[in-house]
Design a protein around this ligand. Structure first.
Ligand SMILES: [Zn+2]
Length: 450
């Protein structure tokens, strides 16, 4: 039997360039797919009606890179040298993560992403210590109800990340068979690759070939911090003839100008973890002026909540302010840096992000035929009303508390400002226990290395 929902009478920011904004429109959803958008659509018999009057209706956000497994130890690296985060979380502390820690962090992170209106999440899981860790992450993503790209990484012991001679874990083949061969279209598999900054040339080439054999996308950190930028990872991929549109490059802060051009020429994409980039001394300037000048439209990300906020409102707001302060302040190296508006950053957080995640045909805009991944933001909340420019209201002033309703593939996960999951509050108690275990390991590691 067909399930129908009508989202009625909202101020709709479709993010579809052909449809634009619709001041009072209905959205008809059938079996999770958007069937029609327009004023005064007929309500089909049996349809559930969601009243969207006094609401801004828009596509859910896409987070293009988040280390969701770390959610239980949020904000623990707020005032600490970012290099210590790498030494600890991506060292012995991460190596001691159990599958249960990964499950709890990933479930909490995915649910809080949904609560904040993120309907698609690229879960960057570089804590694949055993196949059980991968299963735990996938289980958490699936239980959360979020649309996820599970980016499978590597175990957190040094031989995997320092001039590594080890190929990407073969378990990724099992994951493709086990989870993605099914019809569950909420889960997509990608490779979270180490690339030329961490692996030997024969290894990163073989890893990329493996991803392409499996028909999955590859996402890789490049150009963050001077010690990584000197590898010229993008240029080496180009020289090897393997740069392509199935690659996403994260950060690129210190990537060289010619490498930014190579990314654009290859049709590859860029993901910016705005708040973390601004919060990490030494990482380098956000390359937004340079990537816009090259014609790229980046996706945004919450990166790691150990040192920043994960929601997209924060990323959008900071990126706009950063660009205007930096570029407007005359700091850009470009003679004529491109301008940036609220509409641009809203696009980065939605349609551009979905494209970066490889899901631009499925989500990222409210377009008939696409999945009904959408959010309702209360336009009559005190921090937003009265609304003159809805895009500006969302980008400049909205926050997760304004998100009233969240649908993923037409299925409600948040209504009336409340998450519908039954996992809470047990999850919070379990995550607290995981937090204590992980923090104890951090303390023990600091004692051992003092
Ligand atoms: Zn990252």
């Amino acid at each position: 039997m067909t399930t129908r929902t009508l989202v009625a009478g909202g101020l709709v920011l479709t993010q579809d360039p052909a449809l634009g904004d619709l001041p009072a429109a209905d959205i008809l959803i059938e079996d999770g797919t958007i069937r029609a958008i327009g004023p005064a659509l007929e309500t089909p018999g049996g349809a559930e009606v969601i009243d969207a009057s006094d609401m801004i209706v828009m596509p859910g956000f896409t987070d293009t890179h988040r280390h969701t497994w770390q959610t239980a130890v949020r904000h623990t690296y707020a005032d600490i040298d970012p290099l210590q985060y790498f030494a600890e979380m991506l060292g012995p502390v991460g190596a001691a993560y159990t599958p249960e820690d990964v499950y709890l962090g990933t479930l909490l992170g995915a649910l809080s992403a949904l609560d904040a209106g993120i309907t698609t999440l690229v879960d960057w899981a570089h804590v694949m210590n055993t196949p059980g860790h991968a299963d735990a992450a996938v289980q958490a993503l699936t239980e959360s109800g979020i649309r996820a790209v599970f980016a499978h990484g590597w175990p957190l012991t040094p031989e995997w990340t320092r001039d590594s001679a080890l190929p990407h874990p073969a378990d990724i083949r099992r994951l493709k068979e086990r989870y993605v061969a099914s019809d569950d279209q909420l889960l997509t598999l990608a490779m979270a690759a180490r690339g030329p900054e961490m692996a030997r040339p024969d290894v990163w080439l073989a890893d990329l070939r493996l991803a392409r054999d499996l028909g999955i996308r590859t996402t890789v950190h490049v150009g963050a911090y001077a010690h990584n930028a000197h590898h010229r990872a993008v240029a080496r991929l180009r020289d090897a003839g393997v740069l392509g549109p199935d690659l996403t490059f994260i950060h690129c802060c210190r990537s060289h100008d010619d490498e930014i051009a190579m990314i654009a020429d290859a049709g590859a994409s860029v993901s910016l973890g705005v708040h973390c980039e601004l919060n990490s001394p030494g990482m380098g300037d956000i390359p937004l002026d340079r990537i816009l000048a090259a014609g790229l439209r980046p996706g945004l990300s919450g990166d790691t909540e150990t040192k920043c906020a994960g929601d997209m409102f924060t990323q959008m707001r900071l990126l706009l302010a950063y660009h205007r302060s930096w570029t407007g302040g005359g700091h850009s190296r470009l003679k004529d840096p491109p301008p940036l508006g609220t509409r641009d950053v809203l696009e980065f957080a939605t349609l551009a992000g979905a494209r970066v995640a490889g899901l631009g045909d499925l989500t990222g805009s409210l377009t008939p035929g696409k999945q009904a991944d959408l959010i309702l933001i209360r336009a009559n909340d005190l921090n937003l009303a009265p609304v003159t420019d809805p895009a500006a209201a969302v980008v400049l002033a909205a926050h997760p508390g304004n998100v009233d309703t969240v649908l993923v593939a037409g299925r409600p996960v948040k209504r009336g400002g409340r998450m519908l999951t039954t996992a809470l509050p047990g999850l919070l108690a379990d995550a607290e226990r995981s937090r204590r275990r992980v923090l104890a390991r951090i303390v023990a590691d600091r004692r051992a290395t003092a």
